[in-house]
Design a protein around this ligand. Structure first.
Ligand code: GAP
Length: 456
């Protein structure tokens, strides 16, 4: 397939058609750039998050987990700098009443178009009338307490990271870890983005997968390199093609207020190269700020050496929705098979929402009963589906479109000799397997090393 055959429109259409992700509040006309995840979307995004947890927790012994509250003390956002500095410069168009990010306009960000003349960027259409740029804070504000007027102001967290810093002391006490060690968290964050868009790439409510790695100050530069390499590699281990990924180091003018070095893992989305994840050297900024604002000592005391220091922090910060979109885009393929176009998601088996579908060839002669028996034997071990209705071709197409790596077909021969065919999604090869050995066969194939068939 030519590279540009994967378009955002095709991904959006597939996600809606197969119930992965769809516009939220549709029966009320929708609410801009807000999405709901359906069954397969939930399974896929959960697998993405589980793979992240696996790489952070199960495959290492220097990181612990945390799940902090979304609502935090408002002083947290003063200390972190978000109240004063988490702003984007915004520009309004007096003609079309749309709002744009001034930096996106300046860099001519992909996908930005004048709503009245989409062939032109905003500001360059014949009727465009842009205001000067003004700063706009991206935090969602709410009130805590029963009466809005007297309640206290609170903010929905714009990143999960601060929940980790404010718990540094707690975690240090119970985890029996010493630097270098990390605290990992997955959860919702909220930003009142001026220009959300490009499906789930940029939304106002999204999930982050963040890990703060606390290190002795002189080790920070080396750990920064380690985490850049590890995070770059993670996407490839899960099947993303290397030519679609790059690491881009930020220039000095681009760095966040807390960062001394940042690199983005970028993916070549259908909208162009865009950030997938950021890896930052945050230095001692956050712990120092929270110590100052809270009055608590946030440092590490090494008893054997008597050394006391504020650890520096290396932070890989990824987005679960954005990563899900990248995995979908990278897996999307169209092929002509026996004269028919098939759309297929060539997802890594560990990410695939459903691992196996059991399909009786016809709805008679004992085939549905045998299919149900096999389905019951498989579903406790792997996400499985039983699909009894419609032509076998249509059922295969459906499973291809949701990325199911294996389809097990029960046919006439199955009833005679208790064997079934196992069809592989990518190669379309079919193998006859004894029904009683099916579970072991599938477990072995699903856990075997996997390489994207889209790789040259
Ligand atoms: N704690 C650092 C931090 O939050 P960030 O680069 O602003 O850094 C990290 O966010 C990741 O979160 C991004 O690389 C992206 O994957 C995801 N993300 C950020 N804003 C998002 C949005 N509006 N919609 C979807 N994902 C977003």
């Amino acid at each position: 397939m030519p590279e540009d055959a994967v378009t955002m429109d095709k991904i959006v259409a597939l996600c809606k058609r197969r119930g992965f992700i769809f516009a939220s509040s549709e029966i009320y006309g929708g609410i801009g750039s807000t999405y709901d995840y359906g069954h397969y979307g939930v399974l896929l995004k959960t697998n993405v998050k589980n793979e992240w947890w696996r790489s952070m927790l199960s495959e290492r012994d220097d990181i612990v987990a945390l799940d902090s509250a979304i609502l935090q003390h408002p002083r947290v956002w003063e200390a972190s700098g978000h109240l004063a500095g988490f702003t984007d410069p915004m520009v309004d168009c007096r003609t079309c009443k749309e709002r744009f990010r001034a930096d996106h306009l300046a860099e001519r960000a992909p996908g930005l178009a004048c709503p009245r003349k989409p062939s032109k960027p905003p500001g360059e259409g014949p009727d465009c009338d842009l205001t000067a740029a003004r700063d706009f804070n991206l935090m969602f504000k709410t009130t805590v307490g029963p009466v809005e007027e007297t309640g206290s102001v609170a903010y929905l967290r714009p990143e999960t990271a601060q929940g980790i810093f404010i718990n540094f002391k707690n975690v240090l006490q119970f985890s029996r870890k010493k630097p270098p060690f990390g605290i990992a968290q997955v959860g919702k964050s909220f930003r009142n983005e001026i220009t959300p868009g490009n499906f789930v790439f940029r939304t106002r409510e999204f999930e982050q997968m963040e890990m703060e790695f606390f290190v002795p100050p002189d080790e920070a530069p080396a750990w920064y390199e380690t985490w850049k390499a590890e995070r770059f590699d993670w996407y490839q281990r899960l099947g993303i093609r290397p030519e679609k990924l790059r690491l881009r180091e930020h220039g000095a003018g681009e760095l966040s207020h807390y960062s001394s070095a940042t690199a983005d893992v970028e993916y070549r989305f259908p909208i162009g190269w865009s950030e997938l994840e950021g890896v930052a050297n945050r230095g001692d900024f956050d712990l120092t700020q929270h110590a100052l604002f809270s009055g608590e000592k946030l440092e590490y005391y090494d008893q054997p050496t008597g050394e006391r220091y504020v650890p520096h922090v290396i932070e890989p910060a990824a987005g679960a929705d954005r990563a899900t979109l990248a995995f979908l885009a990278d897996a999307y393929d169209e092929e002509t098979v026996e004269g028919e176009l098939r759309t297929v998601l060539k997802l890594h088996p560990r990410l695939a929402p459903v691992k196996v579908a059991v399909l009786p060839l016809v709805r008679k002669d004992g085939q549905p009963e045998m299919a149900r028996e096999l389905f019951a034997a498989l579903r406790g071990t792997m996400q499985s589906e039983l699909d009894e209705g419609g032509s076998i071709g249509k059922r295969y197409r459906r499973q291809d479109e949701i990325g199911t790596p294996y389809c097990v077909t029960v046919d006439h021969q199955s009833i005679e000799d208790r064997t079934v065919t196992v069809r592989e999604r990518d190669s379309l090869t079919q193998e006859r397997v004894a029904a009683d050995a099916l579970l072991g066969h599938l477990v072995a194939r699903l856990s075997a090393p996997w390489r994207s068939p889209k790789l040259a």
